[in-house]
Design a protein around this ligand. Structure first.
Ligand code: DAH
Length: 343
């Protein structure tokens, strides 16, 4: 009888001595000692042959065996699993799907600008460019607004302190002067870009906004050409059935006009946008003043032309039915994401 106790003690000593070094060895350990056909199970079955007065001791010995084997197994299992996990974390898994990268989208102002460019390029206009930090001559003087002219008050701007005569352009019109100085007619360009004004009229007005300038110079260009060009634009851009040209004043055009498009008053939105008139102002335009042509080295006896300048923001509001212009500048991704599919 004593040998069954001896045998059990030997197994206990073996369990202590065992040191499985990895998950596979640990599994072999489990099968050897804790498995359904394992050593401990075998020893338990010997209980029958143990005399009654020693059954209790034998039972206690069995419990110790089982506990020791299980504790060893469970704690090593945790260690090996943690090792496997950190190994997987540091290794690069080439088969894993890529991290999703957030894709940007075009800003509604850029989308609107692109639509305008697309319509005018279809009519044969090309895109011209000019600097945002402009000199006084191109921004004002060439555009027939000399230093003492009251029209300068309409467009106060930011001056560059260290560079006298340099300023942030107040409109895209100086691009007209740059193009006329460098090219011979026929000239047919649009000039989209950012412009600046020193304005604190209301919380809604901004120091910075966007315009698209247009210029067409050739022999015999008339007001009828201007009108037809703008009508085509209004139809393509807004589906507007008609336009209205109201007499106005700009130093660089004569005669000058402001163009309204017909939205109607059918919807509440149209009513609000047009203040009940049905008309929405979109741009300023006119026949290029002969003085501007001469300022830029173009013979005003031979050539004539028209010009126009339009704000982009208001068109973007109209196009996308945006209720508040500030949304365009707050850079709130939740707002901008809505234009992800626009081109
Ligand atoms: N530059 C003018 C402005 O910013 C807009 C403008 C009006 C441009 C008439 C033109 C034009 O080319 O002919 O208010």
């Amino acid at each position: 009888m004593s040998d069954i106790f001896e045998k059990a003690e030997q197994v206990l000593a073996d369990i202590h001595a065992q040191a499985p070094a990895n998950a596979a060895e640990l599994e072999a350990f489990r099968i050897q000692y804790l498995g359904t056909k394992g050593l401990i199970k075998g020893l338990m079955e010997e209980m029958r042959s143990v005399p009654n007065e020693r059954k209790r001791d034998y039972g206690q010995l069995m419990n110790r065996l089982k506990q020791e084997a299980e504790t060893k197994h469970d704690s090593l299992k945790e260690v090996f699993e943690a090792q496997a996990q950190s190994a997987a974390g540091s290794a690069i898994d080439l088969s894993a799907p890529g991290e999703p990268m957030p894709l940007g989208s075009r800003h509604p102002v850029a989308v609107t600008m692109n639509r305008i460019i697309e319509i005018f390029t279809r009519m044969g206009f090309s895109v011209a460019d000019g600097p945002e930090i402009e000199d006084d001559w191109h921004n004002f003087t060439a555009m027939n607004t000399p230093e003492d002219h009251p029209a300068r008050d309409m467009q106060d701007t930011f001056y560059v302190v260290d560079a006298p005569g340099m300023l942030l352009r107040t409109h895209t019109s100086p691009v007209q002067a740059r193009v006329m100085k460098n090219r011979k007619p026929p000239i047919r360009i649009i000039a989209p870009g950012r412009v600046y004004r020193n304005e604190t009229i209301s919380t809604r007005s901004h120091a910075q906004f966007h315009q698209v300038e247009g210029l067409y110079i050739d022999e015999g260009v008339s007001f009828a050409d201007l009108k037809q060009t703008l009508l085509f634009f209004a139809q393509e851009m807004f589906g507007a059935p008609k336009i209205r040209l109201r007499p106005s004043f700009f130093p660089f055009t004569e005669p000058s006009a402001e163009m309204d498009i017909w939205l109607g008053t059918d919807t509440e939105k149209n009513y609000r946008l047009t203040k009940g008139t049905g008309w929405l102002e979109i741009l300023g335009c006119g026949m290029v003043d002969p003085q501007v042509l001469e300022n830029c080295g173009i013979d005003s006896k031979k050539y004539s032309g028209f010009a126009f300048g339009m704000g982009i923001e208001r068109q973007a509001l109209r196009l996308y039915e945006i209720g508040d212009i500030r949304l365009l500048f707050e850079n709130d991704v939740r707002f901008l994401r809505q234009f992800a599919s626009a081109m």
